[in-house]
Design a protein. Structure first.
Length: 171
């Protein structure tokens, strides 16, 4: 099984958005973020021709990123599953339980979330120990591979691509 880990694209500035009084979970992507993610999604499709499943954090910016990815892969928006374990405070074991339930849906399973959560989650899946040593840039992605049942420390890193490289691959 392969797991495609995607960090959400460039969102509105946190401080400026906070002045609106709205919850940070509602902070959307910028116009630039949407445009750059559309090009990065082309690169993702060049690297990974199809998706078996697509899930996103419940926060707006992750959902919007997942919608861009879904469009590039020809998936309906209704195919995007919202997974609370992908929110910044999500628990790795809760995510792992969700992932195991999706091991048979198709390969790869793609997820969209946030830093530092995703980098720490990927590190945990790779080594069994959570840590910030695998940072993922906004709009960047990491492909992990599991042999057998997904487990902490059971993944292998296939590739890690920053957004600028994904945009070049898709061009």
């Amino acid at each position: 099984m392969h797991l495609l880990v995607i960090r959400h694209a460039i969102a509105e500035d946190r401080g400026e958005f906070a002045q609106t009084g709205e919850d940070d979970g509602l902070r959307p992507l910028t116009k630039e973020g949407k445009a750059k993610m559309a090009r990065a999604a082309e690169g993702l499709r060049a690297a990974v021709p199809a998706l078996g499943a697509l899930a996103a954090s419940p926060l707006v910016r992750a959902r919007q990123t997942a919608e861009i990815v879904a469009e590039e892969f020809g998936l309906p928006r209704s195919a995007i599953e919202t997974v609370a374990a992908l929110a910044p405070e999500g628990k790795p074991n809760t995510f792992l339980h969700w992932l195991r339930g999706h091991a048979e849906v198709g390969d790869p399973v793609a997820i969209v979330g946030h830093e530092t959560h995703l980098g720490s989650l990927a590190a945990w899946l790779l080594t069994g120990t959570a840590g910030p040593w695998l940072p993922i840039k906004k709009g960047g992605a990491v492909l992990l591979e599991f042999e057998g049942r997904p487990r902490a420390g059971g993944a292998a890193l296939v590739w890690a691509l920053p957004p600028a490289l994904l945009r070049r691959v898709g061009a």
